[in-house]
Design a protein around this ligand. Structure first.
Ligand code: NDP
Length: 475
């Protein structure tokens, strides 16, 4: 038994992760349900390093040095449970099972408890960066016991992306914390992508600009505060020409966005926690709207009452869109980090939000220059209750707030849907409001359902005897 780490599940992700381990000098045990993938990995990439292929799960487990470290990279869901069930009788106390697939965090919590009962460590880990990241350095978000991280941490940090020499991998927290953080990462990714899409739409409709021209604007933006992987690839995608038609590639792509479900999980969890992640929610619903074919077909008859959009100062408009995009993006991150804080408090995870921003700086889809600023904000104040209220972000967003309002107002006047821009601005105005109209809602609740209310002038819980037969109202 000489392999230092094993990977079972050798489709695109597992294969690349195994190659990444091998390239870093680890002896890697490799296994797949059907042997063909194992054989082709060794045949095609045997030069990457030292692989120990096995046909059976028993041989695979036997080839690993103890404590064994087995990475599962199979289809998330039932396949993961099937592989775990196969592994349990073959493993021994203290061995570490790592699920690197996109598991939903409640499943990870269940599996961790089950494996703990067998004396095994279970590490649910988020891995972001797609195929390319898995091979060349992903962002890695491992949960599980602190003890398992002592064994595993150095290896995972070794193969992770590095930014300024710092690994994009750190211990996240117990049981499901790693997969939870990966889920929120994906939710933020949805928001980021929707905001970019809205900016593109505004530039297209406001300026009548071509995809090529908008691509150049994004390339320019990528030199400043917005510098990020998603802005960079947006510029590349917009510049791309469809080989078949010679038209801009984006202009031939059907306008229906699909999803695999992590955005939905993020929103469902936020509803359970009562955390307003409106940017992520709007982004998720915007994808749903794009795919609402019968509604969209029926909706074409709706009157708009908007005339031709005339913009006199193109440069000023482009700068307004940039500032609105930046401000809305800060809101989406601020909300996502609130969600992490809320779950962490509820489940006793003790997640360091600054460290999460740090490990997202490289390897993953939302990697961006401004994540450094988020890390700094949480270093300044680890208890920060609102990222937007960190002095740096208050100033940055404050500088763009006029532009943000102009853009949302113009979008509304010209009939361009900007759900993420608009809801982010509404959130900003909501959290900064001295007084919200929730007083009226609470008063209504007391009226029809005797739900009581608190007062601004004295402590306690109050109920007013309203006139009329309140008891008949439908609460
Ligand atoms: P798939 O999700 O397509 O899964 C295919 C792999 O699962 C194959 O190795 C297959 O084995 C194995 N498998 C399926 N069912 C079973 C079963 N019942 N028992 C044993 N093995 C089974 O592979 P990917 O590489 O695309 O993704 C792997 C994981 O990584 C998934 O959880 C996915 O969500 C996640 N992922 C993460 C990404 C990221 O950026 N982080 C990107 C893409 C995926 P066989 O060859 O025998 O069929």
């Amino acid at each position: 038994a000489r392999a230092q780490i094993g990977v079972t599940g050798l489709a695109v992700m597992g294969r690349n992760l195994a190659r990444n381990f091998a390239r870093h000098g680890y002896t890697v045990a490799v296994h797949n349900r059907s042997y063909a993938k194992t054989a082709s990995l060794v045949a095609d990439h045997g030069d990457d390093g030292d692989f120990v292929p096995s046909e059976s799960m028993a041989d695979f487990v036997a080839s690993l040095a103890r404590p064994r470290k087995v990475v599962i990279m199979v289809k998330a869901g039932a396949a993961t449970d099937a592989v775990i069930a196969e592994l349990i009788p073959l493993l021994e106390e203290g061995d570490i099972v790592i699920d690197a697939g996109n598991a939903h965090f409640p499943d990870t919590r269940r599996r961790e408890a089950e494996l703990k009962a067998h004396g095994l460590h279970f590490v649910g880990t988020g891995v972001s960066g797609g195929e390319e990241g898995a091979l060349n350095g992903p962002s890695i978000m491992p949960g599980g016991s602190p003890e398992s991280y002592e064994w595993l941490g150095p290896i995972l940090e070794d193969i992770s992306a590095k930014v300024d020499g710092v690994p994009c991998c750190t211990y996240v927290g117990p049981d499901g914390a790693g997969h939870f953080v990966k889920m929120v990462h994906n939710g933020i990714e949805y928001a980021d992508m929707q905001l970019i899409a809205e900016a593109y739409d505004l530039l297209k409709q406001g300026l009548g600009a071509s995809a090529q021209e908008i691509g150049e604007i994004f390339a320019e933006w990528n030199k400043g505060d917005l510098e990020s992987f998603l802005i960079e690839i947006t510029a590349d995608v917009l510049a791309h020409v469809d080989a078949e038609t010679g038209n801009a590639f984006v202009d031939v792509v059907l306008d229906r966005a699909e999803q695999k479900g992590t955005g939905r999980w993020t929103v469902q969890n936020a509803l359970d926690l009562g955390v307003p992640i409106t940017g992520i929610a709007e982004a998720t619903f915007a994808r749903a709207l794009s795919g609402s074919v019968p509604q969209r077909e029926a909706g074409r008859v709706l009157p708009a009452e908007s005339g031709a959009w005339e913009i006199s100062d193109r440069a000023a408009f482009i700068e307004d869109v940039r500032l609105a995009l930046y401000a809305s993006k800060v809101v989406a991150y601020s909300q996502g980090f609130d969600q992490i804080a809320a779950a962490s408090a509820e489940l006793g995870w003790n997640i360091d939000r600054g460290a999460m921003a740090r490990i997202w700086r490289g390897g993953c889809i939302i990697r961006a220059r401004f994540l450094n600023r988020i890390t700094e904000a949480y270093e300044r104040n680890p208890e920060l209750s609102l990222l937007l209220a960190d002095p740096y972000f208050t100033e940055q967003v404050g500088q763009g707030v006029g532009a943000w309002r102009r853009i949302v107002a113009q979008a509304a006047l010209n009939g361009v849907p900007t759900p993420a821009f608009s809801s982010s601005l509404a959130y900003y105005d909501g959290v900064r409001a001295e007084r919200l109209p929730a007083n009226l809602i609470q008063a209504q609740r007391d009226f029809f359902g005797a739900h009581t209310y608190q007062r601004i002038d004295k402590d306690g819980v109050f109920h007013t005897e309203w006139t009329g037969d309140r008891t008949e109202s439908d609460a």
